[in-house]
Design a protein around this ligand. Structure first.
Ligand SMILES: NC(=O)c1ccc[n+]([C@@H]2O[C@H](COP(=O)([O-])OP(=O)(O)OC[C@H]3O[C@@H](n4cnc5c(N)ncnc54)[C@H](O)[C@@H]3O)[C@@H](O)[C@H]2O)c1
Length: 465
């Protein structure tokens, strides 16, 4: 079990796997420096084929080891592409601290990409294929995870596993050692949790997110510091179980197994955990990143339509942020795309100091409507749908996707109460809400301050008389 929260992400894999191209893109998404070890060697020593020709492979490997060690030795967590042959230097990667992702490719694609280049080990096709066969198990041995595209690398870096049937493989995906399960009883009835571990059942929905429930969990848990809490359920389950894990014995590991669309694309990713107080939602919590998040889109088949709608609001939000109609994808792909997006944003800004604010697109208005409705009259999904409409209008953009996918209907809440809630939002400055808007699809801007009457008019449009 591994993730790259404060560590390097290193890509290993055969020639032609795309380490340089995908590595650069992963670095951009994670907001980290990118070090391409082969490039750095060539900048210092000239072309690798020349090094091979004049000094031989052994001399090259010695130089390479030094550059790999230097790359891993840098303080700032980075994305590192290491040369395909690094695994030939036994033990090198084992001693370095980083999350190693094996970028897998099939041999035919790899050969097509590199044939005709000057790469010394890609001159003869027969040898190339033999070397591929020999190295494949070596990559698997050193790697913490395997991926074959940018989303896959980002997910691996966040410790997020997405795949149909992942729930059945849960036993292989949790850490070794003692386990205890926290689950929502509705989910337990519908889906088997294949772990031999004590199960703590929670109240369904927001009632689970209370100090009373956490206190009960604290007393029931028998884990020691090396144990792991596994949370199976929607966002309410993962929020409260994650908070219990963050605080029990000053913090034990936890695994999130989200079973709602909201959980799979949002709540179970990024390490925010919380419970509610009578004074407000999510007022007590902690940042405590799960050691792993296991997402099985198949469990969504049992999800009621109302819950699905709530999740679709976050899916549409994500689509607007990435500038792609992700809402049109089949479930498994849609969940993977959205989960990868949220993972990247949260890895960039794990403690919500800045960039993570983009995730609030539409949410400033949504929170105001929910608060004005006393958190009962207006569901979160409906509120987000309306909030997205307002954000798009204020951005001067089409609202078609929101209208078609979410069909938001103005809600009946007190206008003054909604306005008061909006100006009280935790993201305000000097009583002025700071909004997330879009310069265009896929181009969010944060901290936008607009004239009061404009914001007020946008809010008023969301409220029915
Ligand atoms: N930590 C975060 O970053 C974050 C982000 C977004 C939302 N949240 C929190 O998440 C909570 C909302 O989560 P939610 O929408 O998942 O609600 P939820 O956990 O209450 O689940 C909704 C309902 O769906 C049922 N359910 C769950 N999985 C099911 C399945 N596979 N089939 C059938 N029914 C199933 C549950 O029993 C429940 O009745 C809120 O409290 C919110 O604050 C947290």
């Amino acid at each position: 079990v591994g993730r790259a929260l404060d560590r390097h992400v290193a890509l290993v894999g055969f020639m032609g796997a795309g380490k340089t191209t995908l590595g650069a893109e992963v670095a951009r998404r994670l907001g980290r420096p990118f070090h391409d070890v082969d490039r750095e060697i060539e900048d210092a020593h000239g072309p690798i084929w020349e090094l091979f020709a004049t000094d031989g492979e052994a001399a090259f490997r010695a130089i390479e080891s030094r550059f790999v060690e230097d790359a891993f030795g840098r303080r700032e967590p980075s994305v590192i592409a290491v040369g395909g042959g690094v695994v030939e230097t036994r033990g090198l990667l084992d001693e370095l601290d980083g999350m190693i992702v094996f970028l897998d490719v099939d041999v035919d694609t790899a050969w097509e990409r590199v044939r005709g280049s000057r790469r010394p080990l890609a001159q003869d096709e027969g040898e190339f294929r033999q070397r591929f066969e020999r190295r494949h198990p070596l990559y698997e041995q050193v790697a913490d995870a395997t991926a074959d595209d940018v989303d896959g690398i980002v997910l691996a870096a966040g410790g997020v596993e997405v795949g149909e049937g992942a729930l059945e493989r849960l036993g292989e995906l949790v850490p070794d050692g003692a386990l205890e399960v926290v689950a929502d009883p509705t989910v337990l009835d519908l889906h088997a949790v294949p772990l031999e571990a004590p199960v703590h059942s929670l109240p369904v929905g927001e009632d689970a997110k209370s100090s009373g429930v956490v206190e009960r969990l604290w007393s029931e848990l028998r884990l020691d510091r090396g144990g792991t809490l596994v949370a199976v359920g929607g966002g309410c389950t993962t929020d409260v179980a994650g908070f219990a894990a963050a605080t029990f014995l000053r913090g034990v590991a936890w695994v999130a197994v989200p079973t709602t669309l909201v959980g799979q694309v949002d709540a179970a990713i990024g390490g925010k955990t919380a419970i509610n107080l009578p004074e407000g939602k999510n007022l007590v919590g902690a940042f405590h990143w799960p050691v792993r998040t296991v997402i099985d889109p198949r469990v969504l088949q049992t999800l009621p339509e109302r819950e699905r709608r709530a999740g679709m609001a976050e899916v549409v939000k994500t689509g607007l942020l990435v500038g792609e109609p992700v809402w049109k994808l089949p479930d498994a792909e849609l969940v993977r795309r959205c989960a990868a997006y949220k993972t990247a944003v949260c890895l960039r800004d794990p403690h919500e100091r800045g960039e993570r604010a983009v995730l609030n697109l539409g949410h400033t208005f949504a929170h105001a409507l929910e608060a004005a409705g006393g958190y009962e009259r207006v569901s979160h999904g409906d509120a987000v749908a309306l909030g997205l409409r307002a954000a798009l209008r204020l951005s001067g953009l089409e609202t078609t996707a929101v209208e078609e996918m979410l069909r938001p209907e103005p809600v009946r809440v007190d206008r003054e109460a909604a306005w008061a809630a909006l100006t009280r939002d935790k993201k305000t400055r000097r009583g002025r809400p700071r909004l997330v808007l879009l310069e265009g699809p896929g181009r969010p801007v944060t901290g936008v301050e607009l004239p009061e009457d404009q914001i007020r008019a946008a809010l008023d449009e969301l409220i029915a008389d």
